[in-house]
Design a protein around this ligand. Sequence first.
Ligand code: ZN
Length: 74
Amino acid sequence: MEKCTRCGKPLGEGVNEPVILELSNTDGHYYQSIPPGHVSQGGFPFGLRCATLECLDTVLFLSHEIDRIHSQIN
Ligand SMILES: [Zn+2]
């Protein structure tokens, strides 16, 4: 049986149906679809809650990246 990549809980049918996120080799974060120019390490299964948390991590990472780039420009 498939297990959640983040917490290791078994995934199955219905509410536990796996959500597939793609891991970027470029920045080490998970995406619903890999950004242009990133190298994909392939799709990994998550429970819905963990997929949401993982996407949130990615959003926080990206917002820090944007801050970092802005501080370099200004
Ligand atoms: Zn999980």
